[in-house]
Design a binder for this molecule. Sequence first.
Ligand code: TPP
Ligand code: DXP
Ligand code: MG
Length: 639
Amino acid sequence: MGIILDSINSPEDVKKLPKHKLSTLTEEIREFIIDTTSKTGGHLAPNLGVVELTIALHRVFKTPADKFVWDVGHQSYIHKLLTGRRDSFDTLRQLDGLSGFPKVTESDHDHFNTGHSSTSISAALGMALSRDIKKERNKVVAVIGDGALTGGMAFEALNHCGHKQNTDLTVVLNDNEMSIGENVGGLSSYLSRVRTDPKYTKTKEDIEFILKKVPAIGGPLFRSLDRVKDSLKYMLVAGLLFEELGFTYLGPIDGHDFNKLEEVLKQAKKTSGPVLVHVITKKGKGFSPAEKTPDKFHGVSPFDKTTGIPLAKKKKTFTDGFSEALCDLAKLDEKIVAISAAMTSGTGLSKFATKYPQRFFDVGIAEQHAVTMAAGLAADGLKPVFAVYSTFLQRGYDQVLHDVCLQNLPVVFAIDRAGIVGADGETHQGIYDISFLSHIPNLKIIAPKDEKELKDSLFTAFELKCPVAIRYPKDTLPVTDKKENKYNKLPLGKGNALTTGDDIIIISSGATTNNCLKAAEMLKNKEIYATVLHLPFIKPLDDDILCKYIKENSKVLIVEEHTAIGGLTSLIAALLASKNIKANVNSIALPDEFIPQGSRSEIIERYGLGCDDIYDSAKKIVIKENSYENKKKVGSITS
Ligand SMILES: Cc1ncc(C[n+]2csc(CCOP(=O)(O)OP(=O)(O)O)c2C)c(N)n1
Ligand SMILES: CC(=O)[C@@H](O)[C@H](O)COP(=O)(O)O
Ligand SMILES: [Mg+2]
């Protein structure tokens, strides 16, 4: 640990630090973050880019009285280091450890939990309006990246800020030209023009200075030539887009220059109304592998500190299987197009984007737009696939219902990270999509358990010519032995009895079935025989097979890595109720609480979803039921 960093236990210590020590502090912080994330994993590049910015923010503003809202919040490690959490940093993103995102339960200096993008300006405006109603005087600052600014919510909030021009609020735009990958869109190009083109760096004062120097027409003409000034201003003044929205625009400034940062942040602090400070930073600054490829170091798993090379060997994942299948099928059908919402690499679309650049669209962090654009593509005869994390699809719920399913359009939703995601924790768990999708008419939901079923699911989705969601976890892909490139259409809504046994019926879908099969093997060794019903289709549910196996008093165990409310448990319970089948139905599912961070295996174990837990639960159900049956028999004999 660095000597100076070691002396920082609160933002007050940062304020007191003499300026000449700041550069040493930044070096120590960068070294500390590289060291920590090399062991725990985390969002390395985003944090390396905001070291000076975060220090300057804490030197100019005074938290916890002043309030910071960190957009996405993946870049809040330095904020945490400076607000008394340095000594627990080795627990970053670990089970029961420090979160990788702001958490109000962790510190008074965290005022709003984030994790999903583009929420900071809305939340900050809410806090500013509340402050004014309560006649308080604290400052509110939203820190938002150029990627997050491509999110629709951010524009909604910017628009509203412009309406509330007497509400003091500072928005710090951390512009590093990167989302996870390259940033996209018109706004991003505008920002790069403002960043790079000298004529865009003129401030309004410079313009007025130039015009006033013009002989004879300078002063008086300048005043009267408002239109000229406005059009010149329109052309030349940086950040006019924001000015027109009602902000005072300050910048662009070097986000690694302390003097400039403190000067402009102080100016922002004393400026009334909404202010936007445009800060230019380098994502991954101070660690050359991250500087060279910031996209690869956006979110890292443990890595070698000298080379940046990941320590763990890459295994084939469900994402890889999806990527392969999509490229295979796209080769045969040029109507297949793919969409990403700023998650090209994470959702496995990089290969498709390279092979079929004309048929790939990265829309930025704009899931709502992605869904309805997919609807438009489908309405016009193409076959769009929107690859999206389960948690981020939550953003596009209404569009799925209203724009895709109501019109029964053939859009395929490749839902990645469906289930427990691990280190990202509560804000990123993919455990609600069955609940928010299964009630929508026309939509089919498929959950494949292995490579063959995953590839057949995608093939089937295109064949069904209706809205289809395929959900799969952040996990290693169980590959099928024989290599065959043939794709088969899955029988719609059909489940399979993978094992048969009279003692208990274990029901699951997707990758969870693999743990159920292992548990059934373990039960067999105890002479308990289970029927494992695998349901690749969650919707439509296979009523026939369920009603074929589940009779009066059948012992049933439903297992799902999803919330029980609105999940498979609810769907099967509703079916049995509708058929008036009174069985002994049990379930292992996620409870009605937010699921914390930790590795996937730790959380799966904590919530009883591992094969040992399934084995234990099934055994208890059978033994308990048998002893109850025996008691009943004994009771009937003795009575
Ligand atoms: C709604 C939503 N979609 C996608 C993501 C995934 N995501 C996390 S950070 C990020 C890029 C953010 O870029 P930027 O705001 O520029 O921050 P930087 O990493 O460059 O500091 C994305 C797409 C998210 N957190 N929320
Ligand atoms: C901060 C954020 O939302 C993303 O960076 C997310 O953490 C990516 O998740 P994966 O690491 O599972 O791709
Ligand atoms: Mg960025």
